[in-house]
Write a protein that binds this ligand. Structure first.
Ligand code: ADP
Length: 182
């Protein structure tokens, strides 16, 4: 079972994905978390990624695709994975489909967590992460509209797509997601 959680930066994907992965017994794969771990460890990949992340830009497709593919191949993810923060471009979505097809797998559900722009900005300013400066937040939203919104249309066109309202109490949103994933 492969589930994608799509949504804008600040939509709450991380919080909800962790809960949902636990209850569905799926491996939670979050590209943002992976990249932050690389930055923290001071790896070459981390050094490259940091410059993009601090500006609010996307890390280049080839880097992120290689990173997620190696995690998806691991035994624990093969039984089922919940992808959070990936794919973020149509090139990533196409690479994911191709990679999964090679293993006889496919995206079973693409769930879009919908949150208004006003609320997104409020949440990002509130969480105080290193890359949550006002300039980077503004840039992330511009990049999201240009590069990631087309991914939503990509999955809408293929079916197996559900939109879930992402505002309200964490546990209410989680219930909606669990329903959408079933
Ligand atoms: P947010 O909630 O702001 O979307 P994430 O933790 O998902 O935070 O991602 C943080 C940053 O990591 C992004 O702004 C981007 O620079 C980089 N990143 C994460 N996932 C991807 C991806 N799939 N492709 C390119 N860059 C990514």
């Amino acid at each position: 079972m492969i589930i994608l959680l799509l949504g804008a930066p600040g939509a709450g994907k991380g919080t909800q994905a962790e809960l949902l992965a636990r209850s569905l017994k799926l491996k939670h794969l979050a590209t943002g978390d992976m990249l932050r771990a690389e930055v923290k460890a001071g790896t070459e990949l981390g050094k490259l990624a940091e410059s993009y992340m601090s500006r609010g830009d996307l890390v280049p497709d080839d880097v992120v695709i290689r990173m997620i593919e190696s995690k998806l191949k691991a035994a624990d993810a093969r039984n089922g994975a919940l992808l959070d923060g990936f794919p973020r471009t149509t090139a990533q979505a196409e690479a994911l489909d191709t990679g999964l097809a090679r293993s006889g797998l496919r995206v079973d559900r693409a769930i879009y967590l919908a949150v208004s722009e006003e609320e997104l900005v409020r949440r990002m300013l509130g969480r105080g992460r290193a890359d949550d400066t006002p300039e980077a937040i503004r840039r992330r939203l511009v990049v999201y509209r240009a590069q990631t919104e087309p991914v939503i249309d990509y999955y809408k066109g293929k079916g197996r797509f559900t939109e879930v309202p992402g505002e309200g109490a964490v546990e209410d949103i989680q219930k909606r997601l669990a329903r959408a994933a079933s």
